[in-house]
Design a protein around this ligand. Structure first.
Ligand code: KPL
Length: 285
């Protein structure tokens, strides 16, 4: 997603620098973007994060568990007014971000754009979607959003971004742990009778917590929305399955973990989600 956003912003004329963990061989880089059978080369600047010059806007597209370390690595180059946009799966990292950056305006984003990685700085833009950007702490629409809206991204301001993030989290809670544990494509969750039952029971728990936590829209639609996402992404390997297969840390702490913490704070029981959480944690040990 980082390469997709960077390439679209660069195409529309924004100066874009990709901040990397390690030093690039050359500071002039190229993102290769495949879309609709055509291949485009988009020039961008490359720089090791720890060597970055002053940053005017920071977009973070790391895995949830790496958000704070990524911000920490550039914190000395961030003036207090630099906006930070977090485009990361899951929820529950905002307090840790605030420990590092107490003053900066922080925004969150969730997107239905479809993109996957073909290699380093090489992506396929598989399907167009919408990108919702908002302030989790009740800020107002910033001017830089116009840069996003002038690009090919269909970006819009979302006043209730926490609801949009929770809705995405609910879908990820129902799909990602099961696919990671069973090593199956998303579509298998709608084909296997036992898995169909598990998805439904997960959604019952998620709906219950959503209602108690004030996310009634998600509570009302989670069963049908999860079914629609499973059908629409039937051939996908979920991001959690990909992490498990590659031996990487998963985002479980920020997906199901956040659901469990929320459930506890509103006094609801979520035994099946807890069981899956523990099993996914055990996979990484
Ligand atoms: O967001 C996803 C993920 O894999 O993280 C879904 C919607 C489940 C698509 O695979």
């Amino acid at each position: 997603m980082g390469c997709l956003f960077a390439s679209q912003l660069a195409i529309s004329g924004c100066g874009v620098t990709l901040l990397l963990r390690t030093a690039p061989e050359d500071s002039a880089g190229t993102i290769v973007l495949e879309h609709d059978g055509a291949s485009k080369q988009i020039p961008v600047n490359l720089c090791q994060a720890s060597q970055a010059a002053a940053i005017s806007h920071l977009l973070v597209t790391t895995k949830a568990q790496n958000v704070v370390a990524a911000i920490d690595s550039v914190a000395p180059r961030l003036e207090k007014d630099v906006p930070i946009l977090l485009a990361t799966n899951g929820m529950g990292y905002l307090d840790s971000v605030r420990n590092v950056l107490p003053d900066n305006p922080v925004y969150c984003c969730t997107s239905t754009e479809g993109a996957y990685r073909l290699g380093p700085l090489h992506i396929c833009h598989a399907g167009r979607g919408k990108t919702y950007i908002g302030s989790p702490e009740s800020g107002t629409q910033p001017q830089w959003l116009e840069d996003w809206q002038q690009s090919c991204l269909d970006a819009q301001w979302e006043t209730r971004i926490n609801h949009a993030l929770w809705h995405k989290l609910a879908i990820n809670c129902a799909i990602n742990p099961l696919t990671a544990l069973h090593g199956c494509l998303n579509g298998e969750l709608a084909r296997d009778q036992a898995l169909i039952g598990e998805v439904s029971r997960l959604c019952d728990e998620i709906a219950d917590v959503s209602l108690a936590a004030g996310f009634s829209n998600t509570a009302n639609t989670v069963h049908s929305d999860v079914a629609a996402v499973i059908a629409g992404t039937a051939d996908n390997r979920s991001s959690m399955l990909q992490d498990v297969t590659a031996g990487r840390d998963t985002e479980i702490e920020y997906i199901t973990g956040h659901l469990l913490r929320t459930a506890q704070s509103v006094g609801r029981e979520t035994p099946l989600n807890r069981q899956l959480f523990e099993k996914v944690i055990a996979l990484g040990q």
